[in-house]
Ligand binder design. Sequence first.
Ligand code: BES
Ligand code: MN
Ligand code: MN
Length: 454
Amino acid sequence: MASYLEENQDRFLSELLDWLRIPSVSADPKFHGDVLKAADYLKARFEELGVENVELCQTAGNPIVYGEKIVDPSLPTVLVYGHYDVQPADPYELWTSPPFEPVIKDEKIYARGACDDKGQVYMHVKAFEVMMKEGGVPCNVKFMIEGEEEIGSNNLGIFVRENKEKLKADVILISDTGMLANDVPSIEVGLRGLSYHEVEVTGPNRDLHSGLYGGAVANPINVLCKMIASLHDENNHITIPGFYDQVDELSAEDRAEMAKAPHSDDEFKKSIGLTDIYGEKGYSTLERTSIRPTLDVNGIWGGYTGEGAKTVIASKAFAKISMRLVPHQTSEQISQLFQDHFQSIAPSGVTVVVKPHHGGEPVVTPTDSVAYKAAADAMETTFGKRPIPTRGGGSIPIVAMFKSELGLDTVLLGFGLDSDAIHSPNEHYGVFNFLKGIETIPHFYRNYAAAMKS
Ligand code: BES
Ligand code: MN
Ligand code: MN
């Protein structure tokens, strides 16, 4: 006999595609109306499933979609978090099909937000539907789906601080991360923090003819490049004084344990078209992308970048520079170190302004908790293999706040793959992953509710 999920999977997919058609880009004010439409869409889906007290919680920014199903106040409560906002889809010309006209090709859903995070949020919506049809949810559920994750979750931070009673729960459940491969289930047990800055280097008071002035003035672009280049040494260590002081160094045992996760540098290179690997000396690729802090330039501009040549020395040069942080670095402390250092390496003759953007704290989630075991058992049931705990490289800033403000641990039950191209052109999400998520989540609830009872 076909299961409810099997019977309804086509509808589940088409509902997700409808949601993906709404371009809920939070970074660009032009899409503000669509952001609100995406929130409304989700609210309506919750309401028709019998989620209770569904509301759009207004903030100074985009609304938070909240809803709950309290089966019995004496039962444990799972708070599901996710985000309905998406990254900008630019550059559009690199997409093989338009980012907001979702299509299913080769068993994958192509659209901005397909994996990050609408596709993964929708697994929770449909898992709830499945549970309701198959006897009800075994414990209380609260849903809190925000619209500003991709721009730093500042308003959600305020909302969490002001609504501790409403958000009372026993554990946070999030599907907004990845796993190693479809036949290698894994659960992320860590996220990196973030310290993000914009820098501006100013030289002469106007753009100059590079023949008349070149050689006799500090060129802000040359200077900026030199300053940036000096932020790493020949071993690719970051040179900011004090940068590594708080870094939690893993024991040899922990590193050996990590090295057991299947990984091939050849596959890694091939998957992104590289001829060699690169990174901090003394660490493996997996370590470089998880337990080690990094510094990267995310954008750099200035001078003439149009057609043809223009012989000019620009008055200003700019860059966006971000650092991924690991326990026990804090974004505040690292931001201060960065600002002080970046100012200190500016040669005389230019002025440097450093503007901090949003930050976020790193987290490590427990593997010995009831909720982690419930998640690992759920994946073992549906994948036929015990998931491997891995430390993730990405950031979800609110997770550290769930711990500090609500005292709650998080389980990162993510079903994405690194190859899903999140934030990139041609973002996609496997139909397998979407359906596997819907199949796995109800097992989590059952395992968790049963374990909490005993
Ligand atoms: N879902 C991602 C984070 C992620 C992806 C974690 C894959 C682990 C595995 C999230 O939406 C994201 O993109 N976060 C941003 C930070 C935010 C402050 C813009 C990031 O990591 O760059
Ligand atoms: Mn996300
Ligand atoms: Mn994202």
